[in-house]
Design a protein around this ligand. Structure first.
Ligand SMILES: [Zn+2]
Length: 371
């Protein structure tokens, strides 16, 4: 008996280390091919703890996709003028790549393109260095930002028709994909409020849906030439008024018809934080692959993952594979998230990204059966 147990133990270890099929992982891949986590890339000062978090918390939960919002938190060689003052080095990124590779986690770096070129009262690095790319140069950044405001300023956009913008941003995109050794890139493209603006000599009078779709296609084609996939947030592709989803998680500025104009291999990150709306079905029926993204409400995340599994079960084979899975999103920096996760910051609110992440992955484990 002891000999049998030793042999079994040996086989179990062998199986785990050799990458041989594991029934639990196979079941997980069947019900939910993408099991993701999305957060800001760490600062150099909390890189070590974030690597530990990947190793000890993401890997055991079988997370296989890590979207890292890098933006200008990297010491770019192609455009040093765009670097944040404190930014990750190539050596730092290598540590992230190594721990993810060891644990079969695909890293997808994100740099916000088109929208989110400013935040509150602060202009982002791209428009700071290249103000000529600003879609709304007449809108001045306020001393004290408030919403709503007379300019309708949420975030600045770059002009997608500026003849020089893509030379700059694609150099950044290529460099960050190379350093992360990845075959996928997330371009953000959420909450684009300024598009086709009257004050832009190139865009005024143009159809916002065509402008948005054109930019998606330009980025997608650039990535595809290097065999890379484009991921974006889905809100600009949903009609906010008809669906009742409002002007943040859906579009009130006529970009939504772009859903029929963009290439079908763009992956949609469909975020809904207040209610578990069933919009993945809409994207899948348009021929687009989709992941559902919760944020801080555990109850919604549980319903959303149950829906995602059900959509896969109850769809024809043509549709089924477009329901890719789930991505937990975290919108604080890595530092505050890790402070909450490791109990250094009290969490009184029943809704929090930490609680949502745990509830989501507990439910995934339950749906996949016992390990
Ligand atoms: Zn323009």
């Amino acid at each position: 008996m002891k000999q049998y147990l030793t042999a079994l133990l040996f086989l179990t270890c062998f199986s785990a280390s050799s990458g041989a099929p594991n029934p639990y992982s196979e079941k997980l891949d069947t019900i939910l091919p993408v099991r993701g986590f999305c957060i800001a890339a760490p600062q150099p000062s909390n890189l070590g703890e974030f690597v530990k978090f990947i190793e000890e918390e993401l890997a055991p939960r079988k997370v296989n996709t890590l979207i890292l919002r890098v933006d200008y938190n990297y010491q770019y060689e192609s455009h040093p003028e765009l670097r944040d003052s404190i930014a990750l080095s190539r050596q730092d990124v290598r540590k992230l790549v190594a721990v993810c590779r060891k644990n079969q986690i695909r890293i997808i770096p994100q740099v916000n393109l088109l929208g989110h070129q400013s935040w509150a009262g602060k202009t982002g690095n791209l428009l700071e260095a290249y103000p000529q790319f600003d879609e709304t140069p007449l809108v001045k950044m306020p001393e004290k930002y408030v919403w709503p405001n007379p300019d309708g300023l949420y975030c600045k956009s770059y002009c997608p028709l500026h003849p020089e913008v893509h030379d700059i941003v694609f150099a950044i995109v290529d460099e960050i994909c190379d350093v992360f050794e990845t075959d996928a890139f997330h371009a953000g493209m959420d909450e684009v409020f300024y598009i086709g603006e009257e004050q832009c000599p190139r865009c005024s009078g143009r159809d916002p849906a065509e402008l948005f779709a054109g930019e998606v296609r330009t980025i997608r084609d650039h990535l595809a030439s290097d065999g890379r996939e484009l991921w974006i947030w889905g809100d600009r592709l949903i009609d906010g008024k008809t669906t009742g989803l409002g002007e943040w998680e859906a579009s009130y500025n006529n970009t939504h018809r772009a859903v029929d104009m963009i290439p079908k291999d763009v992956i949609i990150c469909d975020w809904h934080y207040e209610r578990p709306d069933q919009t993945p079905v809409y994207f899948a029926m348009k021929g687009l692959s989709v992941v559902t993204c919760p944020w801080r409400m555990p109850g919604n995340a549980v319903l959303q993952v149950q829906d995602m599994v059900k959509f896969r079960e109850h769809s024809a084979s043509e549709m089924k594979e477009r329901f890719l899975g789930m991505v937990q999103t975290v919108w604080s920096g890595t530092g505050p998230f890790l402070d909450s996760y490791y109990g250094r910051r009290p969490e009184d609110n029943p809704n929090s990204p930490v609680k949502c992440f745990k509830a989501l992955y507990d439910e995934i484990e339950r749906l996949a059966g016992t390990k």
